[in-house]
Design a protein around this ligand. Structure first.
Ligand code: ASP
Length: 409
């Protein structure tokens, strides 16, 4: 795609988003129309994305591993990415906790006696770990269990490298399939402006009046924390470790951020995020490897949300958190965000795990559940932006390492 086209896609997505908000406001009195007749087209668009995302993750990670052609290189890139993910996510939980504490005065003590929330069982930490490894090869692909798809892709890639000469046909097949699915993905990305419009209209129509309600303060706190994290942490990271102007970074990321905002799905945004990150100058093999990984395990927005809501829910129940509880929240929210699937609403289910870890009532989720989608749109936007920043930073670090190596040879 030429530079002009890139600009026009971003503009079109923005038009889709703005028009969607305007039309959504018109339907506030009649949200049923929006949910019955407009949302299905948004769902159709998301279906198309979901259909392409499993092969994209499978083949791009496998092709990424094969392209690196050396298991040590995979380890070097993967190691850097995972350290980045863990540090930024733990920091994000802290941002959520601090901002939420600043806004605590505005939270009201609620009458929580009538709360009913059937919490979906949150998996234990050990189960999250065990479930990463699939016991069969088809199920992860069929059910789009992303962490397991990544494991399949990694084994596949490693197998191809280890097979040497005999693995070459498989390497070529993976490369070719990666290309084919990238082209299919490009077609689907072109539909983004319409998809964004159809996704945002029902959200605004249904939630419009509620935004004005009592949850406004905690939503505001969440968005301030999201913006702070992006504006300060990511700007600092891309500038310092990626030698990239932050403004250029956010401008290049805009199409993916707008799609993340309206779809609330990191996995659904993955194809467009890959596109934006490559255009910003990240190395293709690194993007293909770290972005699908990040879409699944790196969720700074979700971590912020979990830290922030824990303080909010504690306040609603008239409880104050101790230092030990705060440290427990940092640890569990980091792990919970890793275990969160990159799909709408997943972060709210994992919030149960965080609340349970510090003995807070899981029913508290009911307070925030009604507006979860609005939290989700912001946290997903942050989630995917963090993944892109990581790919750019790792690109820079790897190229420095390669330059040093060739200088010493
Ligand atoms: N919707 C988020 C994402 O896809 C996950 C979450 O619910 O926090 O990144």
């Amino acid at each position: 795609m030429s530079k002009n086209n890139k600009f026009s896609l971003a503009t079109w997505i923005f038009i889709g988003l703005a028009a969607g908000v305007a039309v959504g406001l018109l339907f506030i009195q009649n949200p049923d129309f929006a949910t019955q007749y407009i949302r299905p087209f948004g769902t159709l668009f998301l279906n198309l994305i979901k259909f392409v995302v499993v092969p994209i993750v499978l083949f791009s990670i496998a092709a990424g591993v094969v392209a690196l052609s050396d298991i040590r290189k995979v380890g070097s890139i993967g190691g850097k990415a995972i350290i980045y993910y863990l540090c930024t996510t733990a920091f994000a939980v802290l941002v959520g906790l601090v901002v939420s504490n600043l806004f605590k005065g505005g939270y009201v003590l609620l009458d929580t006696s009538s709360l009913e929330y059937e919490a979906a069982p949150a998996p234990s930490i050990v189960n999250v770990l065990v479930d990463i490894f699939p016991s069969n090869i088809i199920a992860p692909l069929a059910n789009a269990t992303m962490l397991q798809v990544i494991v399949v892709a990694l084994f596949f890639g490693f197998g191809i490298i280890a097979a040497g000469e005999k693995g070459l046909p498989a390497a070529r097949a993976v490369e070719s399939l990666n290309e084919v699915f990238t082209i299919i993905m490009a077609f689907i990305i072109k539909l983004s402006p319409i998809g964004v419009f159809c996704l945002i209209v029902p959200v605004v129509a249904v939630n419009g009046p509620m935004i004005l309600g009592s949850l406004a303060i905690v939503l505001l706190a969440a968005y301030i924390a999201y913006i702070l994290h992006a504006g300060v942490v990511y700007s600092f990271i891309v500038k310092t470790f990626g030698s990239l102007n932050p403004l250029k970074f956010f401008k290049g990321m805009l199409p993916a951020m707008m799609l993340a905002f309206s779809s609330a799905s990191s996995v659904g945004t993955l194809p467009l995020n890959i596109d934006c990150t490559k255009k910003l100058g990240a190395r293709e093999d690194i993007v293909n490897f770290t972005l699908p990984l990040g879409a699944t395990i790196n969720m700074d927005g979700t971590a912020i949300y979990q830290g922030l809501c824990t303080v909010f829910i504690a306040s609603c129940f008239g409880m104050t958190l101790t230092l030990t509880q705060i440290l427990t929240i940092v640890l569990t929210a980091t792990l919970a965000s890793i275990g969160t699937a990159g799909v709408p609403g997943a972060g709210m289910i994992m919030l149960a795990m965080v609340l349970q870890s510090v003995g807070l009532p899981v029913e508290g989720i009911a307070i925030v559940a009604g507006v979860d989608r609005i939290f989700d749109m912001g946290r997903t936007t942050l989630n995917i932006t963090g993944d892109a920043a990581c790919a750019l930073v790792v690109t820079k670090l790897e190229s420095k390492k390669d330059a040093k190596k060739s200088a010493s040879n």
